[in-house]
Design a protein. Structure first.
Length: 173
């Protein structure tokens, strides 16, 4: 059975789907919410409290807080695993373009496929797809959108990690 935990941090509100009675690695899905729901599910067990606390700490700037959460990749294709592994190695406060990410996995023609893996990411922050940006210097899409609220969330996450932007919303070196 799965339950939802709400992490209502000043930076962003998250809905975490976790297995009931599980350890840190049992996070199944992370969703961003525009606003906190009126009815919140509170973490009842110690492991649920630890999961919520880890996400809060990450949003507070602890770049190692989510290291204990390991994505379940058994059902992933070899290509998806390569992309996920590479994205998980992007350091806090750094970005990489979709194009460079494709080149890093020795498949430079797979830019759209890399973007598709990022778009279908069920564990953002654990798999930090917000660190993957357009090669033009633009922020790129987030959560399947190329403008609006979700892209603003991506920018806030990157700014929280120290990434800077100019007045035209382009990444600064």
């Amino acid at each position: 059975m799965s339950i939802k935990l709400i992490v209502s941090h000043p930076l962003v509100c998250l809905s975490l789907t976790v297995q009931d009675q599980c350890a840190m690695q049992c996070v199944q899905c992370v969703e961003f919410m525009e606003k906190a729901p009126r009815h919140r599910h509170t973490a009842a067990t110690k492991s649920q409290q630890a999961i919520a606390a880890a996400f809060w700490a990450f949003l507070d700037g602890d770049k190692n807080a989510l290291r204990g959460i390991v994505p379940e990749t058994d059902s992933y294709t070899a290509f998806r695993k390569m992309v996920i592994d590479r994205v998980r190695s992007i350091p806090w406060g750094h970005t990489v373009s979709y194009k460079k990410l494709a080149a890093h996995i020795d498949n430079p023609e797979a830019v759209r496929a890399v973007a598709s893996v990022m778009r279908s990411n069920d564990l953002p922050l654990v798999i930090p797809c917000h660190r993957v940006v357009s090669s033009s210097g633009r922020i790129g899409g987030f959560m399947g959108k190329t403008q609006g609220w979700s892209v603003a969330v991506k920018r806030r996450l990157l700014e929280n990690e120290g990434v800077r932007f100019n007045e035209r919303n382009l990444l600064l070196p």
